[in-house]
Design a protein around this ligand. Structure first.
Ligand code: CAA
Length: 283
């Protein structure tokens, strides 16, 4: 099936990043969120991020304008009904995602492929609540979407080959690289990345090093572009904690126990960059 129209649910950091790369690759995008405010913030963010790419000679100004013109926004979820592909990029809470799919299903064409950008929730379980588990899979982008090369493609237990291949072709048209992952908690990237971030928080919690020394050790000693605590702030400490909980619950191994300091920061509302306070102070 030829994919031309992509419906994206959620216009936050991930959703607008996905709309950005899809529109630049020539797809028609219908971007949905619950408020007009969220949608105009997303359009502004995409214009700013694309302008940065124009400034660095990565894309032409005309291509930016054409891409932005291919993005339509709506607060009515069912307006996404005629999409060939849906990418759900809403809050990382299973009940929220399930409610979105439930509301969307009656409006969809039978051939529409449904995907979720979830970073850790079971694709098989999300798929089982829909009318098309064979046309459902994980489509997981990394943040910042316009920069990061990888997309994880996750098969649920029922995902069929045409669905997987159609998504793989979309990734190729985005000029990104797909990594195929089976549906186990947190898939590949977060299965490896989050325990490292959690261990960095333990290193801080146990007084082994300061925030600065932990981050500079990993930047200068392991050539990571960001230190693990800076990266945790960038991803969002609530997201990091949610993923650790999925690993801990799903794999039932104490090695995935979230660091109590991470839990404390989230309870304090210190969620990283988005709340202007995390391991660093952004105020
Ligand atoms: N849109 C478009 N371009 C962007 C951008 C955005 N949102 N953010 C950065 N860029 C571009 C910049 O314009 C710049 O372009 P050039 O190479 O042409 O100069 C390039 O990216 C580098 O940006 P900066 O110079 O501003 O800053 P930097 O060199 O410090 O790089 C970074 C920033 C790319 C974020 C880098 O620090 C990095 O790679 N960090 C690690 C990010 C990472 O690990 N992401 C994965 C998180 S895990 C995840 O996403 C999975 C999950 O489920 C939680």
């Amino acid at each position: 099936m030829e994919i031309q129209t992509v419906g994206i649910v959620g216009a936050g950091q991930m959703g607008n990043g996905i709309a950005h790369v899809m529109s630049l690759a020539g797809y028609d995008v219908m971007l949905n969120d619950i408020s007009d405010d969220a949608l105009s913030r997303a359009m502004e963010a995409m214009r700013a991020n694309m302008s940065r790419q124009v400034g660095r000679g990565k894309i032409a100004e005309d291509d930016m304008e054409a891409a932005l013109a291919r993005i339509k926004t709506t607060t009515t979820l069912t307006d996404l009904g005629s999409s060939d592909l849906i990418i759900e990029a809403a809050t990382e809470r299973e009940t929220v995602k399930q409610a979105i799919f439930e509301d969307l299903l009656p409006a969809l064409k039978p051939e529409t492929i449904l995907t979720s950008n979830t970073s850790s929730i079971s694709i098989t379980r999300l798929a089982s609540r829909t009318d098309r588990p064979e046309k459902f899979m994980g489509f997981h982008f990394m943040n910042p979407v316009p920069v990061m090369q990888l997309v994880e493609l996750i098969r649920g237990i029922a995902t069929d080959e045409p669905t997987f291949n159609a998504c793989r072709e979309v990734v190729a048209r985005l000029n990104k690289t797909a990594a195929s992952a089976e549906d186990f908690p947190a898939f590949i990237v977060n299965r490896i990345l989050m325990p490292m971030i959690n261990e960095a928080v333990y290193t801080l919690y146990e007084g082994v090093g300061s925030v600065e020394s932990i981050d500079s050790s990993m930047k200068l000693g392991a050539n990571h572009p960001m230190g693990p605590l800076e990266l945790a702030d960038f991803i969002g400490l609530d997201t990091c904690l949610a993923i650790m909980n999925v690993l801990h619950d799903g794999l039932a191994d104490t090695k995935y126990r979230p660091c109590p300091l991470l839990t404390k920061y989230v309870e304090a509302g210190w969620l990283g960059r988005k709340s202007k306070r995390g391991f660093y102070d952004y105020r």
